[in-house]
Ligand binder design. Structure first.
Ligand code: E4P
Length: 244
C-alpha cells in the first residue's frame, strides 16, 4: 500500500516537472508600461509575467529625477513577481556599469536594459559574467541579435512596430532571430517589443517569440470578437425568457 502511494507521489512529481519544463516554452506576457494602475489591472487578469519600461514610458508617467525614478522602479518591482526591465541612460561603458549595478541592487527581479551599441555589448558581457540579467534593447537586425546573444544577454528586444513603421516586416525579423537562436542553441530569450496590436501578439506567438511585451490595450484587444458578444447576449436572453 505504502509502495503504491510512493509510486503515485513519484508519478505526480515527474508530471509536474514535465509540465513546468513545457511551461518554459510558453510565450510570456510582459506589460510595456510604467503605469502602476495598468500593471495592477494585468496582475488582476492573472496573465502578467513581467514588465518592461524605457525612458519614454517613465517620462509619460511624469516620473523624473533620480530619486523618483528609483522609487518608481521599487514600486513596480514590489507588485510584479516576474522580471522588470529598467533602462540605463548612460551610453558609455563605465556609466552603464555604474547605473546598471545601482539598478540591479534595487530588487531581485530587476533586469538591466542596455542599448544595442558597442559599449552596450561590452556592458552586457560584463553583467553576464557577474550573473546580472540584461535586456538588449533597440534591436533591428539579425546581426545585432547574434552579437547580443554571444555577449550573453538574457533577453533580446527586437522592435516589431518600429520596423513595420518603416514598411519592413517586424514579425519576419522575429522569425529570423528565433530560427538563428534555435540553430545555434543561444540561451537568450527573444522578447518581441514595440508591439502595437493584438495581431502582433498572435504573430509573435506563431513566430516562436519567448516573450511579448505590449501595451495593456493590445492584450485587452485579444478578448474582442463580435460573435462572443452576440452569443453571450443570446444566452442571457434565452435564460431570462425561460426564468420569467
Ligand atoms: C520595450 O522594451 C520597448 O522599449 C518598447 O516596446 C518600445 O515600444 P514603442 O516602439 O511603441 O515605443
Amino acid at each position: 500500500m505504502r509502495t503504491a502511494k510512493n509510486y503515485v507521489f513519484l508519478i505526480n512529481s515527474f508530471y509536474s516537472i514535465f509540465i513546468r519544463s513545457l511551461n518554459s516554452f510558453i510565450m510570456k506576457f510582459f506589460l510595456d508600461t510604467a503605469n502602476l494602475d495598468q500593471i495592477k489591472e494585468a496582475i488582476d487578469l492573472g496573465i502578467l509575467d513581467g514588465v518592461t519600461t524605457n525612458p519614454s514610458l517613465m517620462a509619460k508617467e511624469g516620473i523624473s529625477g533620480e530619486k523618483n525614478i528609483i522609487s518608481h522602479y521599487k514600486k513596480i518591482c514590489k507588485i510584479v513577481e516576474g522580471d522588470v526591465s529598467a533602462e540605463v541612460i548612460a551610453t558609455d561603458f563605465k556609466g552603464m556599469i555604474s547605473e546598471g549595478e545601482k539598478l540591479a541592487d534595487l530588487a531581485d527581479n530587476i533586469v538591466v536594459k542596455i542599448p544595442m551599441i558597442k559599449d552596450g555589448i561590452k556592458a552586457i558581457s560584463y553583467f553576464s559574467e557577474k550573473g546580472i540579467n540584461t535586456n538588449c534593447t533597440l534591436v533591428f537586425s539579425a546581426g545585432q541579435a547574434i552579437l547580443a546573444a554571444k555577449a550573453g544577454a538574457t533577453y533580446l528586444s527586437p522592435f516589431v512596430g518600429r520596423v513595420d513603421d518603416i514598411s519592413w516586416d517586424g514579425i519576419k525579423l522575429i522569425e529570423e532571430i528565433v530560427s538563428i537562436y534555435s540553430i545555434q542553441g543561444y540561451a537568450t530569450e527573444v522578447l518581441a517589443a514595440s508591439i502595437r496590436t493584438p495581431l502582433h501578439i498572435v504573430q509573435a506567438a506563431k513566430a516562436g517569440a519567448d516573450v511579448v511585451t505590449c501595451p495593456l490595450s493590445s492584450i485587452l484587444g485579444l478578448l474582442n470578437h463580435p460573435l462572443t458578444d452576440i452569443g453571450l447576449a443570446k444566452f442571457l436572453e434565452d435564460h431570462a425568457k425561460a426564468n420569467k
